[in-house]
Design a protein around this ligand. Structure first.
Ligand code: HEC
Ligand code: HEC
Length: 475
């Protein structure tokens, strides 16, 4: 929530990438045989900046959104208020940081520090470790055994110096399982790690008709491979969706959310506990834990912006500004080709990865940003090299998380976009592995549409498999 002038804002923080850590993780579980994941690609991030070709106005709104994305929120009495009563972290950037602002889980897990920040007494749950992935938890059944499926925040504001009088308790996440993989332990709980936001505006700008046409392309090959996939369109009468207009939803691990504004509003309330114009009620209304007027983030009815602030962006709510940042955030820059990555791309196509991980779409011809008269050149008619069909697929018992979101059922997930995978530390929806070879093998289990493709992968020579891994690490 915005209370004071822009000048008080916390400056964008640099996020250190601990390559040493990545190197030791990728050595785990890798024997001499078979392909080896070389780990997080070194060198420049090649991500985190704005799209090419923004107008000066667009660039100003991108920068405003980026600054707000990096703001650290407190409960009350500070420059940015509204945190809690329950939360997972206190800043968008904390979870979306690797390898640059807008990315995925960083190597230093911010959830460990935020647990006890400012006097809070939270116990760090067993599945959150200093160098493990940022995780949020969903309960299949709520504590009273009714159907649930929702995110249950890890932390409470109880004990914080800016939350005097609040006494709510943390949820119980025990019994513990393997802290690294998140496997085992409490069978009622599943995990999700942050998806990266690079290129999100281009994804938002893909016409539904292009997604549908692609889903019908290469039908004979897909049928032979057992790949179906369906559009996660809204089901009429499904209270789990907010739009209900029948158009394709595309963001999140189950393609459960329609737009960047909706995701921003939901994340602000679900991850940070900050109510806003899309999600105006606190998720926990326990008396003694409510410190601000709700919604905590609103448009700012200011006709006299504070000195030094941009009068145009000053009126925006935070969720609108977050969406502007994500919409104009450039896609990741892949590494230059090598002979091995070129071969690897061929292998990717040959074994059929590409039937789900569609290499490219094109955005609509006329995509607006902030002007009602001229479309955004940066967003219109642009390639989207995301390596996803944006459909949800049955991924089998091994990956199933038992959660239904919109039309995506318990074992269905959105084909994870692979752009930027070369610089990611953690993979799959629950962050169970840091090893791309394991991520590929996890595609195979009873009921998975990917089984035949993974059988093809397993029959490749080690050299071809290695080329494929090298190709993925170049993305
Ligand atoms: C505690 C960590 C955390 C914080 C803080 C956080 N996120 Fe996320 N974000 C996640 C997780 C986890 C997911 C995946 C959720 C899912 O699909 O179930 C996600 C997914 C997203 C996505 C979907 C992208 C895609 O293509 O799938 C968007 C957009 C997003 N977050 C925006 C934001 C914004 C804006 C903020 C700040 C208001 C924010 N997030 C704060 C953890 C976080
Ligand atoms: C049937 C569709 C399908 C096929 C075929 C398929 N994938 Fe996937 N892929 C997915 C889905 C869905 C996910 C997300 C699964 C999850 O997180 O539970 C995924 C996740 C991944 C990830 C992890 C990405 C991340 O964000 O964590 C990698 C890497 C990957 N796939 C590579 C491949 C490769 C390489 C092939 C070919 C050998 C392949 N996939 C074949 C659907 C598919």
């Amino acid at each position: 929530m915005k209370m004071k002038s822009r000048a008080l804002r916390v400056k964008r923080i640099g996020v250190a990438v601990t390559l040493v850590f990545a190197a030791c993780v990728c050595a785990l579980g890798q024997t001499g045989k078979g392909p080896v994941d070389p780990g997080v690609r070194g060198g420049a991030a090649g991500a985190g900046g704005p799209l090419n070709g923004l107008t000066a106005d667009e660039a100003a709104f991108f920068q405003d959104g980026l600054a707000r994305f990096a703001e650290v929120e407190v409960v009350t009495g500070g420059a940015n208020n509204g945190l809690g009563p329950r939360f997972n972290s206190n800043q968008c950037l904390s979870c979306h940081a690797q390898p640059a602002s807008g990315g995925s889980s960083p190597s230093q897990n911010p959830e460990v520090k935020v647990a006890t920040l400012n006097g809070a007494k939270n116990v760090v749950p067993w599945f959150v470790t200093p160098h493990g992935p940022v995780r949020e938890a969903r309960f299949k059944k709520s504590p009273d055994a009714s159907n649930d499926g929702e995110v249950h925040d890890l932390f409470v504001i109880t004990g914080r110096a800016d939350a005097v009088g609040c006494n709510i308790k943390q949820f119980n996440f025990l019994p513990a399982g393997n802290p690294q993989t998140g496997q085992g332990g409490n069978r009622n709980i599943i995990f999700r790690i942050p998806t990266p936001l690079f290129g999100a505006g281009l994804m938002e700008a893909i016409p539904d008709s292009a997604i549908l046409a692609n889903s019908k392309a290469n039908a004979a090959e897909k049928a032979a491979l057992g790949i179906r996939g369906r559009v996660n369109a809204h089901l009429s009468g499904n209270v789990n969706v907010s739009g209900n207009d029948g158009t394709i939803t595309r963001f999140g691990w189950k393609a459960q959310n329609k737009s960047l504004v909706i995701f921003a509003g939901e994340a602000y309330n679900v991850e940070m506990g900050i109510t806003n114009q899309l999600f105006p009620q606190e998720r926990d209304e326990t008396p003694g834990c409510l410190f601000n007027a709700t919604p905590e983030d609103t448009n700012n009815f200011t006709t006299t912006p504070a000195p030094g602030t941009n009068p145009n962006t000053a009126v925006l709510s935070d969720i609108e500004a977050f969406a502007d940042f994500m919409r104009m955030l450039a896609p990741p820059t892949p590494a230059p080709d090598t002979p091995s990555t070129v071969k690897g791309r061929g292998v990717f196509n040959k074994v059929g990865c590409t039937h789900c991980h569609t290499s490219s779409f094109t955005t609509g011809k006329l995509i607006a940003s902030g002007s009602s008269t001229s479309p955004s050149v940066a967003l219109s008619n642009q390639p989207v090299n995301l390596f996803s069909d944006i459909l949800v697929h049955h991924m089998g018992a091994g990956l199933a998380d038992g959660i239904t979101q919109g039309a995506a059922g318990p074992d269905e997930f959105r084909t994870a976009p692979l752009w930027g995978v070369g610089q990611r530390i953690f993979f799959l929806h629950d962050g169970r592995t840091s090893n791309l070879v394991e991520a590929i093998r996890a595609h195979r289990s009873a009921g998975s549409e990917a089984n035949k493709v993974i059988e093809h992968f397993n029959r490749l020579s080690t050299e071809e498999q290695q080329d494929l891994i090298n190709f993925l690490r170049s993305l």
